[in-house]
Design a protein around this ligand. Structure first.
Ligand code: ADP
Length: 643
């Protein structure tokens, strides 16, 4: 039976769904601003893309008019002069030009297609570049993840992407160029006069009548896209309104695909978490859900009305052209020319209106993209040059440092003061959640302190060039990340590397035997994703590779933040002390919630609820029977009796 708590949660979810209200469209000014920005962004990344789109679009918009013009001349000759010589020349000219134009189109299309396929990659690159250059604090923020998720959903699912602006550009350019081409071939339809002998049909010469017909054609041309745009606006106005539904759907839809989740999904039947929502007929993607209701309702009706106006246009134009031809204003050839040109023109102008409207609707999605791309980094990047000194010449000092995570009221670290002397081996111990990793994140400037300062050789670390400061740390985090590239590239974190040095580091990290068993040695890919000969390493082997990576970097500070958490306490202690022998003069910081792993260290910092409650050597700390260290040591002693 569902308990009250789960009822509350479902209630809240529904409430959240109903609160996700539709938005107003952006103004034309904003539409223009965002569209132009998107075009400029693509141009900055790849100027050739816009050049080829411009050329191809203008060219393909104009060529149909050449065919229309020549075909009309042939029909004119057939129904008028019937001169075989002229007819042959016209047919040959038409065929020759058609072949040439089509060849140029096909040749250009190759480049156009290549650039078009590249667009998807380009959009991802723009987003990835932004993420990679963001402050770590921002990347770690759930609100930023939400924004990113929303962008991903729109750009992959509904095509509401940044790159769609290129499509709008093509369509608008094509519409404007066709307008000129079409206008030049159809203007005489309205200016040519019906002969006086046509009796009542001379009314067709009346300028008022011509204005009326042109007005009617423009109105009908405008009305079809008007309704299509109205349909499209329904989706734009609801941008972001179905976020929760989309998220639940992607959670459910991809549960089975993600291999690292597959075990838990099966054992805990995690799909049941979305069960209620999936069965709810009003859920986002269900028969009475938002999308279905809109598609059956206003969206469907707008499309139906739009299609009627397209037919009305064709009717009016046929009536007008045929009446003038009947009355003797022009011959059969011109009938073909006018009907083909005006139909094409109307189609293009109609698309132009439609695309302009859609571009306005789409601006909402462009804004979402730019809201993300405009997120500003707030961490000082620093400009002071950090000279590379000898390993033993660095000192770090925490001066009354306190910290709370952005957006959180709760302090995770409180009044931390300490000094690391170069070459020291330091342990940071304490229970899970006591603030050990946060302490390291501050040290490596992934976050800046909320209060207090951290000094490197007496200078606030915020003053140093950020990248140079990062370069003095070699860290293996608990959830360290290796890439799918080769073993050597992973250790060196570079494409080109010193093979002998990589092998030496792997050997020191205890990977020697495994390295010898690999036929491709350091050229072995660490997954089958990039090479069929790739090898999947075990958890322990990956740890050794990560340790080798810290040795290769040869930074003066080495930090191990429980990368061995999956091992048993004794194995972890062995790795830590063996690693300690390798780091020689460097300053090494070992983090663990298992005290036995770090007993060899000169200085042990005991963290408890965000404060350093004790520090000293193992022997002195364990003797203080009232201290936290003593309490933890004896609580954990069962795991390493005999060590
Ligand atoms: P430890 O490494 O000792 O296990 P952490 O430094 O990871 O502890 O975490 C200390 C506290 O900070 C915990 O209460 C944890 O929930 C909180 N915390 C960790 N990361 C974040 C974060 N990104 N945002 C908010 N709170 C966090």
């Amino acid at each position: 039976m569902p308990d009250k708590n789960s009822k509350d949660k479902n209630g809240k979810m529904k409430e959240k769904l109903s609160k996700e209200k539709n938005k107003e469209l952006l103004s034309w000014k904003e539409t223009w601003k965002y569209s132009l920005r998107a075009l400029k962004l693509f141009y900055r990344y790849r100027p050739g893309l816009l050049w080829i789109h411009t050329f191809y679009t203008v060219y393909t918009a104009l060529t149909p008019f050449v065919n229309i013009f020549l075909s009309a001349r042939i029909i004119e000759e057939l129904s008028g002069g019937r001169d075989p010589h002229r007819l042959t020349l016209l047919v040959l000219l038409t065929l020759g030009l058609a072949a040439l134009l089509s060849l140029i189109t096909s040749l250009t299309r190759r480049h156009f297609r290549v650039e078009d396929q590249y667009l998807y990659w380009l959009e991802r690159t723009i987003r990835a570049d932004k993420i990679l250059n963001m402050d770590y604090a921002l990347v770690d923020d759930t609100k930023i993840h939400e924004k990113l998720d929303t962008l991903e959903q729109y750009s992959s699912g509904a095509g509401r992407s940044l790159r769609r602006v290129i499509w709008f550009y093509d369509m608008i350019l094509s519409g404007v160029v066709s307008l000129f081409g079409g206008f030049s071939l159809s203007v005489s339809l309205f200016t040519s006069r019906v002969p006086e002998s046509a009796g009542g049909l001379t009314a067709l010469n009346n300028p008022l009548f011509v204005v009326l017909i042109v007005g009617l054609l423009i109105a009908v041309t405008y009305l079809a896209p008007f309704f299509v745009v109205k349909a499209d606006a329904v989706w734009a106005k609801s941008a972001g309104s179905q976020n929760l539904g989309n998220r639940l759907f992607s959670f459910y839809g991809y549960l089975g695909h993600r291999s690292h989740k597959a075990e838990d999904v099966r054992l805990y039947r995690q799909e049941a978490l979305c069960g209620k929502y999936n069965k709810d007929k009003e859920g986002t993607f269900h028969s009475r859900g938002y999308y279905a209701m809109q598609t059956r309702g206003p969206v469907g009706i707008y499309y139906a009305v739009a299609s009627v106006f397209s037919v009305i246009f064709t009717g009016v134009i046929y009536l007008f052209v045929c009446s003038k031809a009947w009355a003797g204003a022009f011959g059969l050839g011109m009938v073909t020319q006018y009907i083909s040109t005006t139909s094409r023109l109307s189609g293009k102008v109609s698309s132009l209106f439609q695309v302009l409207g859609q571009a306005r609707n789409h601006a909402t999605f462009l804004k979402l993209n730019f809201d993300f791309l405009d997120i500003e980094n707030t961490m000082a990047q620093g400009s002071r040059h950090l000279e590379r000194l000898h390993d033993t010449e660095y000192t770090i000092e925490f001066q009354d440092v306190s910290f709370r995570y952005p957006g959180s009221e709760q302090y995770v670290l409180r009044h931390i003061s300490m000094k690391f002397h170069a070459g020291q081996k330091i342990a940071v111990v304490g229970q899970n959640g006591s603030g050990k990793t946060t302490f390291i994140k501050l040290l490596c400037r992934l976050y800046d302190p909320t209060e207090g300062v951290i000094l490197l050789n007496g200078v606030d670390i915020r003053e140093y060039d950020y990248q140079e400061y990062l370069s003095i740390f070699s860290v293996v985090f608990q959830d360290f990340c290796l890439t799918n590239f080769t073993l050597g590239q992973n250790v060196a974190a570079k494409e080109e590397y010193d093979r002998a040095h990589v092998e030496d580091c792997l050997e020191k990290a205890g990977f020697e035997e495994r390295l010898r068993s690999l036929p491709l040695g350091t050229d072995t890919y660490l997954s089958k994703d990039l090479s069929d000969e790739g090898v999947d390493m075990s958890g322990g082997e990956k740890q050794k590779i990560a340790l080798a990576r810290t040795l290769y970097k040869d930074a003066p500070f080495i930090i191990l933040d429980e990368p061995t958490a999956a091992l048993d306490p004794i194995a972890e202690a062995e790795i830590y002390s063996r690693f300690n022998e390798l780091v020689e003069n460097k300053t090494a910081i070992y983090i663990s919630h298992r005290l036995s792993s770090c007993r060899f260290c000169d200085n042990i910092l005991v963290f408890h609820k965000g404060s350093v409650v004790q520090q000293g050597s193992h022997d002195s700390l364990v003797q203080d029977s009232d201290g936290k260290y003593h309490e933890l040591w004896f609580a954990q002693a069962q795991y390493y009796t005999g060590s």
